[in-house]
Design a protein around this ligand. Structure first.
Ligand code: AMP
Ligand code: ZN
Length: 137
């Protein structure tokens, strides 16, 4: 996509800090890191989100995220790593080119990472579980 900034970064048209590169992916440093070492795995192929991209490319991106997470633990001595991938504005996606966040985490980060807990009844959970199971192709 000619007007996609992540296409340009992934394919080297715009130079950036590159952590890893192979035929299909480039891993760059996030410009607004949540923590030191916050990296983004970008497929070189454009797809705006998990729905638009083929499963092989999505799976391969996660394999690359694993390599980066392992390096973060080894090099940065991260105590944990968040692997985060947003799809759609409602989920917090701001750049419309599929990407996986790899965010090194440290014990000192807590309790600065509040996770909102939704109120869902056991009955609702059972119904949602059954509906999802029926919809998976
Ligand atoms: P998301 O909210 O999941 O779409 O994440 C987009 C991420 O891309 C944010 O964490 C931004 O800081 C990051 N970002 C946006 N533009 C650039 C850029 N030019 N280089 C590196 N990271 C970027
Ligand atoms: Zn793109």
């Amino acid at each position: 996509m000619s007007d996609c900034i992540f296409c340009k970064l992934a394919n080297g048209e715009i130079p950036t800090n590159t952590v890893y590169e192979d035929e299909n992916y480039r891993v760059i440093m996030d410009a607004n890191p949540a923590n030191p070492g916050h990296a983004l795995v970008l497929p070189k192929k454009h797809g705006k989100d998990i729905f638009e991209l083929d499963s092989d490319t999505v799976a391969g991106a996660h394999a690359v995220a694993k390599k980066v997470a392992e390096a973060a633990v080894e090099v940065l001595k991260a105590d944990g790593v968040n692997i985060l991938q947003n799809n759609g504005e409602a989920a917090g996606q701001t750049v419309s080119h599929f990407h996986i966040h790899v965010i090194p985490r440290f014990k000192k980060d807590w309790p600065a990472m509040p996770l909102h807990q939704a109120a869902v009844t056991e009955e609702e959970t059972k119904k949602i579980c059954a509906d999802l199971a029926a919809a998976i192709k």
